[in-house]
Design a binder for this molecule. Structure first.
Ligand code: FA5
Length: 323
């Protein structure tokens, strides 16, 4: 009788398919009204010798079954879910980790760099925290010059330093250390103490261009900038130069591009002023060149039809994931 019970439950335990089934088997065997429990309880009615003999066997079986229950239970609770059924679906698709991507402004910056590099320009960097000397004085904007009002400046208190208002200071920094002829572009972050709106932010990116040589003229500028827009917008574009004023160029112009029938102002530019050449140690009688400064966000906004500059800095994934 005891052996029959033992074999029956060993078989049941082996065949149990999940924890629930196993617990039910355990209850039928060792629960309060379980088959083995009933036998153990009935031992008290037996005579001394018989009770001793059967008691030993029953307790031995009880231990064995308890161990088997425990072992099987551990397999259900410790194992990974796919092991419970003892198979792994090797053909199941894996779980793809989320992948990041470049920010739209970085994409645009890279594209601009590639286009200018293909025309022989080098990419140059400069500091975001600038001195008054490079941001203004070296660019023909001395102290108290009214043109300083064109750039609302963040001054760093008591340090005689400022956050650069444009990338133009890198023109002077680069020319001081390098001899002409030269062609560079300078992408970088600028800061202005301005109220923000859909097209203005307190921080934004510009890219500066500078080309100096013996005979570099405004015609060269127009040719190069037209080629740049053609490659950047991937279509023929009309470019217009309008007279404008920046103290570090003479003549100065504003560059407009025709998009969907409208002229849009994209950058300031001009022929490098002789005073800037003098300041960096070039002889203005021997060298001439053009410079320009364009807003990177503004170009990105036109290219991707974005109507608010602040979206670039909003960290809004609904916006960023479109790129
Ligand atoms: C300048 O900063 C001159 N340094 C450009 C220059 C360089 C002229 C070399 C001549 C020779 P301006 O302040 O216009 O110019 O700024 C140039 C471009 O920067 C603007 O056309 C605009 O696209 C962008 N920009 C200016 N202010 C902001 C702003 N607050 N937010 C976003 N973009 C801006």
């Amino acid at each position: 009788m005891l052996n029959k019970i033992k074999e029956k439950f060993i078989k049941d335990i082996r065949q149990a398919k999940d924890l629930k089934e196993l617990e039910e088997i355990c209850r039928c065997c060792l629960g309060r009204k379980g088959e083995l429990t009933k036998i153990l309880r009935s031992l008290k009615d037996l005579s001394g010798e018989e009770r001793k003999e059967k008691g030993q066997i029953a307790n031995q079986i009880k231990k064995e079954l308890e161990n088997l229950f425990q072992e099987k239970k551990l397999r259900f609770t410790n194992d990974l879910p796919h092991r419970q059924t003892n198979w792994i679906d090797v053909t199941a698709p894996g779980i793809l980790p989320d992948q990041g991507h470049l920010h739209p402004l970085t994409l645009v910056q890279k594209e601009i760099e590639e286009i200018f590099q293909s025309m022989g320009f080098s990419v140059v960097d400069g500091p975001e925290v600038e001195t008054e000397q490079y941001n203004f004085n070296a660019l023909n904007v001395p102290k108290d010059h009214p043109a300083r009002d064109l750039w609302d400046t963040f001054w760093l208190k008591d340090l005689d330093l400022l956050l650069r208002t444009h990338t133009s200071p890198v023109q002077a920094r680069y020319m001081e250390k390098n001899n002409p002829p030269l062609r560079i572009i300078v992408p970088g972050r600028c800061f202005r103490h301005e109220a923000t709106d859909a097209t203005h932010d307190v921080q934004f990116y510009q890219f500066e261009g500078l080309m100096v040589g013996k005979k570099v003229s405004a015609v060269n500028f127009k040719g190069i900038i037209e080629e740049f827009f053609k490659q950047f917008f991937k279509s023929d574009v009309k470019v217009r130069l309008r007279p404008s004023y920046f103290p570090f160029v003479e003549p100065g112009f504003e560059v407009d591009v025709k998009r969907n029938g409208d002229w849009l102002e994209i950058m300031g530019a001009g022929m490098v002023h002789p005073n800037v050449f003098k300041e960096v140690g070039y002889n203005p009688n021997n060298w001439q060149g053009f410079a320009f400064g364009a807003g990177l966000e503004r170009l990105a906004m036109i290219k991707y039809q974005i109507d608010d500059i602040r979206l670039f800095y909003s960290s809004d994934l609904r916006f960023l994931n479109q790129f």
